[in-house]
Design a binder for this molecule. Structure first.
Ligand SMILES: Cc1ncc(COP(=O)(O)O)c(C=O)c1O
Length: 382
């Protein structure tokens, strides 16, 4: 008998988010590490879910997702991005954004394919590429703005390049794609067979009146893109793990083949509730300003610390250099400040495959003002 298996992800261990959140809980530290709100979601949306359950929406909805929800999403996309998306053939509801990304990669990738991945990046990207037998071709975003060097992208494209993975607004840096990035991307993929995976889970969390550069705005990009979203980020309910993927009708057929034997269909009452709540435009249109206020409040509080904050144009996150304080490795520094000053943060090196360390940590500011105040009271002592 040989019950030994060959790991499909030999270099993967427990993620830093689990480690830092565990440490924060054990030490009762303020947790500015993992990205989730510590304030309540909309009571109206909670009531709608309760109502859906009481009204007996508790059985499977179709594999593609509850149709009224997909219709509401198509209307929203038309309104926001001036794009016509067919709810029947182009939208699939998924159990979260991460799952949508994994499913899209699994739909497209064959062993040996190359995928351009910009780092630092959300921690699932590289394992998701590699578990499909494909190769992540890594490109560092230019520090400290975390911008894409499109010339480097041109150099790294080969006949094996199958996909480019994008994330705007970007976790962990808070950078966003601008019009010139879109122009460069369009010229690079034109006449190629390259697909785009566009992680837009923070689509509404864009600050300073800048537009969210969704792939859906550009028909030539949309036709080759899998665009992934998360209701968790939009409605302050990350624990719901509900999202969706939008792609062309042809690609949707293949996406759903993978999806239907993995999850099949997602939580019904939440979909019913969201199909009504989505009609409330204000709930998502006000999100950017609300989160910008939190960013600015945090920046204001941090003025009299020794951290040097970098720019954040979107997402839940802002990064900071700490080289005025220490030259420790960022992971050692993050663990030490959690233990000594009671504030949990994430070292940015964990978002690089080779642990590139620029002495930068990531703060999550989607927290109550009192949480941010308590955290900064600790950070001021450093
Ligand atoms: C860039 C990015 N993509 C995807 C996700 C995951 O979204 P979900 O919780 O819906 O799977 C996150 C969550 O932290 C994220 O930061």
């Amino acid at each position: 008998m040989n019950l030994h298996i060959q790991s499909k992800l030999p270099s993967v261990g427990t993620t830093i988010f689990t480690i830092m959140s565990g440490l924060a809980a054990k030490l009762n530290a303020v947790n500015l590490g993992q990205g989730y709100p510590d304030y309540s979601m909309s009571p109206e949306l909670v009531a709608l879910v309760n109502e859906a359950m009481k009204s007996d929406f508790n059985q499977y909805v179709p594999m593609q997702g509850y149709m009224p929800l997909r219709e509401a999403l198509a209307e929203k996309i038309e309104f926001l991005y001036n794009a016509s998306v067919n709810p029947d053939t182009q939208i699939t509801i998924t159990p979260g954004g991460t799952y949508a990304i994994y499913t899209a990669l699994t739909t497209v990738l064959q062993p040996g394919d190359e995928v351009i991945v910009f780092q630092p990046c959300y921690d699932s990207y590289i394992p998701n590429v590699e578990i499909n037998g494909a190769v992540a071709v890594l490109i560092d975003l230019k520090f400290p703005e975390y911008k894409i060097d499109w010339n480097e992208v041109r150099q790294k494209i080969t006949p094996k390049t199958r996909m480019i993975m994008l994330n705007t607004p970007h976790n962990p840096s808070g950078s966003i794609l601008m019009q010139d990035d879109i122009d460069q991307l369009r010229s690079i993929v034109k006449d190629s067979n390259i697909f785009i995976l566009s992680d837009e889970v923070y689509e509404h969390l864009v600050f300073d009146d800048l537009p969210h550069q969704s792939m859906l705005r550009y028909p030539d990009l949309a036709e080759r893109s899998f665009v992934c979203f998360s209701f968790g980020k939009t409605y302050h309910c990350t624990g719901w793990k509900l999202g969706y993927c939008i792609t062309s009708p042809e690609l949707t057929v293949e996406f759903r083949k993978v999806h239907q034997f993995n999850c099949f269909s997602c939580h019904s009452p939440s979909q019913v509730a969201l199909s009504t709540f989505l009609k409330n435009k204000e709930a998502y249109l006000s999100l950017g300003a609300m989160m910008q206020k939190k960013r600015d409040y945090f920046i204001g509080l941090m003025q009299d610390t020794r951290f040097e904050l970098l720019s954040s144009k979107g997402s839940y996150f802002i990064c900071a250099k700490y080289n005025r304080i220490s030259d420790e490795k960022d992971s050692d520094f993050a663990i030490r400040i959690t233990k000594e000053y009671g504030v949990a943060v994430i070292p940015v090196s964990v978002f690089y495959k080779n642990q590139t360390d620029n002495n930068v940590i990531r703060f999550c500011f989607c927290k109550k003002e009192e949480t941010l105040e308590k955290a900064v009271a600790g950070l001021r002592k450093i």
